[in-house]
Design a protein around this ligand. Structure first.
Ligand code: DP6
Length: 370
């Protein structure tokens, strides 16, 4: 089943490596955004499949720009030669593993060697998932290369579905980044066509008032993560609350989809906050009992809840770290700016925050043969 998903990239006559083609290059760039999960993907099964469905909002300003140069080789390729001119990069292992898998799926990629240039629009360790944007940008480049080699254009939505499927193999959250607006990953009876294998866009079901939400990331600490995602997901394998968590996430997906459709921001706020706190509760109740929140994280959460009780349309989400995503609607921007200035900025590391908002998804920026 998995294999057939990318079969469109295996054209009827993939070019056989020929002496004439040696050294020919294809150059592709994609800009792909990060996303913030409102319902968290936490824990996975064999085959990089999620334990539970998740829903995210795609960001706009926080993206990775990746360019890949593919050079045609007669001898077996399918290798990354450099990332940013070097042979070391935090995601090199993930990218190499993913490339090995992709070459099995799309053999024509095995005829190239790859040079990757990649950069993020946002600083490291600030509560924005760089693997979601980085891995999806890399996959989009490789699939565009495969598409070009095969010479047949694949309709955009289909292309993105396959990009989501392939991105998932590199990083689960990356499969949600290939669509703009709101995205659902994981099989749920609430949404037909939902799948554990790839994410689907659900923005059309979302009330227009929620499609322009803002997300200001309040950076409490930019010290690198003490818990990697793979360590984190593995904590769920024997977690005492595993079954309850899966049940809870399924119900929350159902409830959140209703709230999103109705444009019910208050209900959305309640559900997203419980989700964020559940993620941390699961981490805290795992062996070793890690506490990833800082005192200022808790203080910010309290202030946000107090402000909401007083009528300000704000709520929070958290990733697996101390930084807080403050989410609010377009019409509250001015009031929230005041709120941040008066009550929250002093709780951020050197007053550090990053403004972002719901975005429209990845963009191919340049595509030319060199
Ligand atoms: C807490 O997608 O980074 O951000 O599949 O191992 O790469 P891998 O994990 P990753 O996990 C993200 C976990 C999370 C929640 C979420 O984004 O859904």
């Amino acid at each position: 089943m998995n294999r057939s998903m990318l079969s469109k990239f295996n054209g009827p006559h993939p070019p056989a490596p020929s002496p004439e083609g040696e050294g020919e290059k294809i150059f592709v760039c994609w800009r792909s955004p990060s996303n913030i999960a409102l319902i968290k993907y936490w824990g996975k099964k064999e085959g990089q499949l999620p334990l539970n469905p998740s829903i995210s909002m795609t960001l706009h300003q926080s993206y990775t720009l990746t360019c890949v140069e593919a050079e045609f080789k007669r001898e077996p390729g399918g290798r990354i030669i450099s990332v940013n001119g070097e042979i070391q990069h935090p995601f090199l292992l993930k990218m190499e593993k993913l490339l090995i898998w992709l070459v099995q799926e799309i053999p024509v990629l095995g005829n190239f060697i790859f040079r990757v240039e990649t950069s993020n629009s946002f600083p490291h360790s600030t509560g924005i998932a760089s693997s979601a944007s980085g891995i999806s940008a890399f996959v989009l480049c490789l699939l565009s290369i495969a598409e070009k080699v095969n010479g047949g254009e694949i309709p955009l939505l289909e292309f993105m579905k396959m990009a989501s499927f392939a991105s998932r193999m590199g990083s689960g959250s990356a499969c949600r980044s290939v669509f703009g607006g709101f995205t659902l990953w994981g099989k749920t009876p609430d949404v037909t066509c939902s799948s554990d294998l790839f994410a689907i866009p659900v923005t059309e079901r979302i009330h227009p008032s929620l499609r322009t939400l803002h997300d200001t990331i309040l950076v409490v600490s930019s010290t690198p993560k003490s818990l990697s995602s793979s360590q984190g997901h593995s904590l769920m394998v024997n977690h005492p609350f595993k079954l309850a968590r899966i049940r809870q996430a399924r119900t929350t997906v159902s409830e959140l989809m209703k709230a999103l459709t109705l444009g019910d921001l208050n209900r959305m706020a309640e559900l997203a906050e419980v989700e964020a706190l559940t993620l941390h509760a699961l981490i805290m109740s795992s062996p070793g009992g890690m506490i990833l929140m800082e005192p200022n994280t808790v203080q910010i959460i309290r202030q946000i809840r107090e402000a909401r009780q007083k009528g300000l349309a704000v709520f929070f989400s958290l990733d697996a770290g101390p930084n807080v995503h403050l989410i609010y609607p377009e019409e509250a921007v001015l009031k929230v700016e005041n709120f941040i200035r008066e009550e929250l900025i002093s709780l951020c590391e050197n007053g550090f925050l990053i403004h972002d908002h719901c975005g429209t998804g990845p963009v191919r920026t340049i595509m030319e043969t060199q």
